[in-house]
Ligand binder design. Structure first.
Ligand code: TMP
Length: 217
């Protein structure tokens, strides 16, 4: 029987430097001989990419209720889990996800204020019980994260409904992630996202080696 693959998720607010570090992590894991699939949320399937556009950029999404937002994120995830994540893990390969259900807990639960038990129920339903093996949360001062997110170049005229939030929202997101790490310390690890790229990557490697001792030293 094939050993089950490993499922690694990266989390954190916009502007925390997640994408750069995911790219370095993928190079490192692949150079260790692993087959690693990269996915991003929302999106990653044809249906999921349409949902992503509606959630992030489409003006029709502007008046969306938080409940609708929650269900759309869950719908995108349900597709991704069943089309891609479960079959990949069953083959013994790795999945690295840029966001997963913890984003929903933090953004729709902590930050938007939807009832946590409803969010937990919908998350469980969407992920078909497939929890990540390890979740790395990039922890950065919320005002620094917001400044970086707002400075990021975007296609001319493109708005981003989810990034264009006030500082209070960014603070709630940071607090939500810290609380998750406190309550699920085995799975959810905070990574200090301040400092140079090299310093941050060294912190990631340390956590990954601790969780998966067969990774190269
Ligand atoms: P990103 O892919 O550029 O990080 O954008 C995803 C945005 O969607 C980001 O603002 C976080 C937000 N989000 C949620 O609010 N809930 C979720 O479940 C997920 C996956 C993302």
């Amino acid at each position: 029987m094939t050993a089950p693959g490993r499922f690694l998720t990266f989390e954190g607010s916009e502007g925390c430097g997640k994408s750069t570090q995911i790219a370095s992590t993928l190079v490192w894991l692949r150079s260790a001989g692993l087959t690693v699939h990269e996915v991003r949320e929302p999106g990653g399937t044809p249906v999921g990419e349409k949902i992503r556009h509606l959630l992030k950029h489409d003006a029709d999404g502007d008046q969306m209720w938080p409940e609708t937002e929650l269900l759309l994120f869950a719908a995108s995830r349900a597709e991704l889990v069943r089309h891609l994540i479960l079959p990949t893990l069953a083959k013994g390969e790795w999945v690295v996800a840029d966001r997963f259900h913890d984003s929903t807990t933090v953004y729709q639960g902590y930050a938007r204020g939807l009832p946590m038990e409803d969010v937990a129920f919908i998350n469980r339903f969407a992920i078909a019980k497939q929890e990540p093996d390890l979740t790395l949360v990039f922890d950065l001062d919320p005002s620094e994260a917001r400044n970086r997110a707002l400075r990021r170049p975007r296609p001319v005229g493109q708005k981003d409904r989810l990034e264009d939030q006030d500082l209070k929202f960014y603070e709630a997101v940071a607090e939500g992630y810290r609380s998750l790490a406190k309550h699920q310390p085995q799975r959810v690890k905070l990574i200090d996202a301040s400092g140079s790229r090299e310093e941050i990557f060294a912190r990631i490697q340390k956590e990954l080696r601790r969780a998966f001792p067969s990774l190269p030293r």
